[in-house]
Design a protein around this ligand. Structure first.
Ligand code: HEM
Length: 232
């Protein structure tokens, strides 16, 4: 048996720190996939970026549907999910706006049905069964969007020569002027959650899974990368 000495102890660090430090390896892996690297280098065509958004749309639909079922529309909101759920974060409408721009008005007929997307959506639906699993996915997507996502948005605007916010609604959160204080508040709410060590451990495992599911989508996009790479 090997003991992972780098892993933080589940009940000895604040929950937000556990999630961040415990998923660092998975974050790095997702960050460095070929599709993502090429996107950040400005080497992916508009069609390629549209394919990326067409993969994200069903993911956010599922995440936000589960959030509403657990909290927004729930007669008895799940107390754990309720600590992080916030309609200001919802991305489905912003994605629809960007997809109109990059993929045209019939984009809904072309939403990705790749197995990597379906697997992520299925897992998201499963998180309706336990608040800490939902929190794990909520954290992975939205804190990412408010972190590295902000830099990615600036790169997208530069790559495709976008002005006045066109095509980049996904990276703007109306009502959240500055990501930093929002993220600090979000982490404080995570740290205030009253979760047993077993539920904290389950949440960390779920964050790692969420990163892997994102990575699988990037891998699927990488398979088509020759179609999407632009030559200088
Ligand atoms: C090339 C792609 C990516 C880049 C360049 C990137 C970059 C970053 C950076 C610089 C931070 C730290 C920001 C800060 O301290 O405020 C961050 C945080 C984060 N990223 Fe990413 N990221 C990428 C992809 C992803 C992906 C694919 C996900 C998950 C879907 C993700 C999820 C997160 C999360 C959850 C955090 C917050 C960590 C925490 O403070 O708890 N990132 N990212």
């Amino acid at each position: 048996m090997t003991i992972d000495t780098a892993a933080p102890a589940v009940d000895q660090v604040p929950f937000s720190q556990l999630l961040r430090e415990g998923s660092q390896a998975e974050h790095t892996e997702a960050e460095t996939s070929s599709f993502m690297s090429a996107l950040l280098d400005g080497r992916i065509s508009r069609d390629g970026y549209a394919a990326y958004l067409l993969a994200l749309a069903p993911v956010y639909d599922a995440l936000e549907e589960v959030g509403r079922s657990l909290v927004g529309d729930a007669a008895a909101p799940d107390p754990v999910a309720a600590e992080v759920w916030d309609p200001l974060l919802e991305r489905a409408a912003a994605l629809a706006e960007d997809l109109e721009f990059f993929a045209g008005p019939d984009w809904r007929t072309r939403v990705s049905t790749d197995p990597a997307v379906t697997a992520y959506v299925d897992r998201l639906r499963h998180t309706a069964s336990a608040g800490e699993l939902f929190v794990a996915h909520h954290y992975t997507r939205y804190l990412g969007d408010l972190s590295g996502g902000q830099a990615i948005g600036r790169i997208i605007a530069r790559t495709y020569g976008l002005v006045d916010g066109e095509g980049t609604a996904f990276y703007r959160f109306a009502g959240i002027e500055k990501p930093k204080p929002y993220k600090d508040g979000y982490r404080a709410r995570l740290d205030g959650l009253d979760l047993s060590p077993a539920r904290r451990a389950a949440a960390l495992e779920e964050v790692k899974l969420a990163f892997r599911l994102n990575h699988e989508i990037f891998m699927a996009l990488t398979k088509d990368i020759d179609r999407y790479l632009v030559t200088a």
